[in-house]
Design a protein around this ligand. Sequence first.
Ligand SMILES: *[C@@H]1O[C@H](CO)[C@@H](O)[C@H](O)[C@H]1NC(C)=O
Ligand SMILES: *[C@@H]1O[C@H](CO)[C@@H](O)[C@H](O)[C@H]1NC(C)=O
Ligand SMILES: *[C@@H]1O[C@H](CO)[C@@H](O)[C@H](O)[C@H]1NC(C)=O
Ligand SMILES: *[C@@H]1O[C@H](CO)[C@@H](O)[C@H](O)[C@H]1NC(C)=O
Length: 423
Amino acid sequence: MISSRILCMLLMTCSSWKGVMTLDREACMPIRLSPNQQDSLPDIETLRTHRGLPGKAGGIGPVGPQGAQGPKGLPGTCVCDPSEIAQIHVDQCDHMPCKNGGTCINDGNSYICNCTDGYEGNDCTIRIQCVVPSAPNNGTISRESGQLVPYKENITYRCNDRHVVAYGVNNFLVATCQKTKQWTKDTPVCVVDDCNPDSCSGRGTCINQIGRTICECDEGYEGSDCSVQNNPCDLSPCGQRGICVWEEDINYTCRCRPGYHGTNCETIIASDCVRAVGMEDGRVGNNDITASRSLNSAHPPHKARLGQTASWLSPRSPQRDEWLQVDLKTSTTVVAVATQGYSHGSYWTTSYKIAHGFTENDLQIIQNNQGQDLIFQGNRDYNSVVRNNFPAPVTARYFRLLVQTWHGPSGYYAALRVEYYIC
Ligand SMILES: *[C@@H]1O[C@H](CO)[C@@H](O)[C@H](O)[C@H]1NC(C)=O
Ligand SMILES: *[C@@H]1O[C@H](CO)[C@@H](O)[C@H](O)[C@H]1NC(C)=O
Ligand SMILES: *[C@@H]1O[C@H](CO)[C@@H](O)[C@H](O)[C@H]1NC(C)=O
Ligand SMILES: *[C@@H]1O[C@H](CO)[C@@H](O)[C@H](O)[C@H]1NC(C)=O
């Protein structure tokens, strides 16, 4: 009977056992190749996949590290073939070449180190440092000139007594070492401090330049010593909403136009706004008043003028959303609308919506605070004026009243006379 050891040695000689040295485990992995594989070794990934899987490598017999089982469970000896070792894909980062916390990036046959802040060089071994410059005249520096200071660290320049950093207000200046090995600030010039508490009339900051001082004035003041107060009204704080009044040394006051309130007349109270856009007095031209439809030429859209005789009349059987539109020609902030019915009686509009926009094709309907179209309650008789304030001022060029419900014998004719109000 042949011993198992002798059988194995026989097989290894005859059947080309080969071994592959793996770098990660420092173990020798034998594989067994069938005769037709002998000239073409499996690629590295195949070797890895098959590593340690009994019976898979090379397709025949179990495999394993040194002393592994050979075919049919017989022990074998690993033989490492240097030509195969060379084929193993070596991860260039395995030996951790990047120092000081740098990140290694495998780059095929090589590697790149992404260094942490403050380091540079192929392997991040070089510390970034800045050279301490010489001290300013009439000043000192916190580190010795010529010393190397690491990235991100500071040095402090300090001017001698009664001196300050030129173009500044302090007697010191901190500079930080940057990645570029440059300091964030150049060596300052120390100058004699010529500022005094009165230099800028107490309304600015005095700055020493070389050979002179200047004032940076607080808001509202100007002049070389900040003694001149700016007129706050120059900034039009009241806009077109009121008149700005200013007397020297006091703050401005806005005298607000009717409807406007607040320090800068910024709040509109619609009920106080009584200026009509000009339906009643004819400033809105006939051609700028249009409607979805009209009954006849005796009751055209431009008859829809508040306080005037007759009215616009819809066709006999109006539809809901029958509309009457005013083109105000320019962007206008409107706060309210008022309506009346037909001046000879019988017909009026009982509820409506208001749409507005900057072009006729893109109108939006005023909404209530639940996001639904707001329905304004209209007239209850033909002649009383009913005014509705908008929930908020609306700025637009086109204003379109959309009839929702109306009153008239047999449901005939919606009638409207309209005015809009601004502040
Ligand atoms: C280098 O590291 C920084 C910080 O971790 C990272 O933002 C950057 O993307 C890295 N660069 C490369 C090329 O990986
Ligand atoms: C220091 O300042 C004084 C004036 O205060 C000036 O006369 C002198 O030249 C300065 N010293 C240097 C080294 O610049
Ligand atoms: C350097 O100075 C800056 C301000 O100029 C400061 O934010 C930073 O903390 C300082 N760094 C060190 C290391 O002292
Ligand atoms: C002047 O009035 C405006 C607006 O009320 C205010 O913002 C500013 O602080 C005032 N200025 C002074 C100096 O009172």
